[in-house]
Design a binder for this molecule. Structure first.
Ligand code: EPU
Length: 421
């Protein structure tokens, strides 16, 4: 197993290229099995989660070739419909093969994904949506056994306790594109990743309207064809490097970053005093003056994304004054607090609200990564801490950040990977 070693107190400057979005690419890869034709997906990042999705497709007997950032999928003739526990248990997003398998084969058996370190993560909204389309579902021996022989277009409400659901919207949309009749998804998620999936499906011949709104209308078609698609840039990776610039008092240009995907996040960065400017290649982020504390609540898009909450907490940990962060998507997504406190931060948790008293300095320490975004938060804290920080269990980071240490080093950070002894 590897660890990342970070030596702090280096100001980051220069340009970093943002990779393709993990969370857009995963359902798009799943959608390639909706046709018999070849599809070509470009800007697919070299990440462990993308490799897991490719393994799931190969396990279904789908031919997949990955050459650099280009993934070519040839599903012609595949008959299998099972996504096994061994693969689904390593990545929750595997659930997004459920919709495409139902659309294509009218049956699917997908291992129940279970919870994870950021909270319970149920799939009731996925199942409710598919049942509304006429799918008969039972759970047996840890598997979702779905029979889609009676599927038809329908009116589906996808609201849950915490608002809309990104992957449930993706699943129902993918199930509906080949299902006879009109499906209307109410309270649909409208995250840029859902919109990117809809754009890919439309290129395949699907009839979809309203994908940037909370009401998506899908008219089922008989057949889809192969398509070529370039995945959108990763807004969470972009946000992470923007915080890296802010926390090190740096000046960083993010090549490919899209301002329109980061509105709520940029609004908060600017309120703290960071300068964010659109430039021809992407965005330029510059520290210009002493930062102010913030009050943040995570929300579904276009609100402040939960996937950037942990990283923002690292910035607030070294910002003079009291900041408040409330988590409205995953109320238990706060495992990073105890590790940040080990580095000298002063953060307490009241229910789903973190109260952060900014400290002058963090000090390097050995810390344990618990999930993908928490790991990124610890690396960011390491960038500004005195002395050396060692982030253990970084396989979480490899799930969602492409060449993190190389990209940070390119901006002047002192960070490298070592084998654990
Ligand atoms: N929820 C339910 N029932 C469901 C589904 C979701 O109650 O059936 C709840 C969840 O527990 C959560 C809320 O609804 O409280 C929203 O969850 P959502 O379904 O939108 O999450 P997801 O689709 O499983 C995607 C991303 C996550 C990201 C969330 C929220 C992918 C592969 N994953 O998950 O990304 O946090 O949307 O934006 O797209 C990450 O990249 O680090 C990550 C965790």
């Amino acid at each position: 197993m590897d660890k990342l070693v970070v030596e702090g107190s280096k100001r980051l400057t220069g340009t970093v290229e943002i990779s393709g979005s993990k969370n857009a690419c995963l359902p798009i890869l799943a959608a390639t099995i909706l046709t018999d034709d070849k599809s070509v997906i470009k800007n697919a990042s070299a990440l462990r989660d993308i490799s897991t999705m490719i393994k799931i497709l190969k396990n279904l007997d789908v031919k997949v070739k990955q050459e650099g950032a280009v993934v070519t999928v040839e599903p012609s003739g595949f008959k299998k419909y099972i996504a096994p526990y061994e693969l689904v248990s390593t990545m929750r997003a595997s659930i997004c093969v459920l919709g495409p398998l139902l659309a294509k084969h009218k049956r699917a058996e997908v291992s129940f994904p279970g919870g994870c370190v950021i909270g319970p993560r149920p799939i009731d909204i996925h199942l409710k949506g598919l049942r509304a389309l006429g799918v008969e579902i039972k759970v047996e021996k840890g598997y979702i056994i779905a029979d889609g022989r009676k599927m038809r277009g329908s009116h589906v409400y996808l609201g849950g306790h915490f608002g809309s659901s990104v992957l449930a919207t993706a699943n129902v949309m993918m199930a509906a594109v080949l299902t006879k009749g009109v499906t209307v998804i109410e309270n649909a998620a409208c995250e840029p990743e859902v919109v990117d999936l809809a754009h890919f499906l439309i290129k395949m011949g699907a009839k979809i309207k309203g994908q940037e709104t909370h009401r998506i209308i899908i008219e089922g078609v008989k057949k889809l064809h192969g398509a070529e698609h370039t995945v959108i840039p990763d807004r969470i990776e972009a946000g992470t490097y923007m915080i890296a610039a802010a926390i090190t008092r740096g000046d960083v240009t993010l090549k490919n970053a899209k301002l329109e995907h980061l509105i709520a996040f940029i609004d908060k960065l600017e309120s703290a005093g960071i300068s964010v400017k659109k430039v021809p290649s992407g965005l330029r982020v510059k520290y210009v003056k002493k930062l102010k504390p913030l009050d943040i609540t995570t929300l579904p898009y276009p609100g402040f994304a939960t996937d950037i909450q942990a990283q923002m907490m690292s910035l607030m940990a070294v910002t003079d004054g009291i900041s408040v962060i409330t988590e409205k998507i995953y109320p238990e997504r706060f495992i990073h607090i105890s590790e940040l406190n080990r580095m000298g931060a002063d953060i307490i948790l009241e229910g789903a609200t973190a109260i952060i008293k900014g400290v002058k300095h963090l000090s390097g320490a050995p810390v344990m990564a618990s999930d993908l975004r928490a790991s990124a938060a610890l690396v960011l804290a390491g960038l500004v801490a005195k002395d050396r920080t060692e982030v253990h269990r970084i396989y979480h980071l490899d799930r969602g950040y492409e060449r993190l240490e190389e990209k940070l080093a390119g901006l002047g950070a002192s960070v490298w990977r070592e084998k654990e002894k």
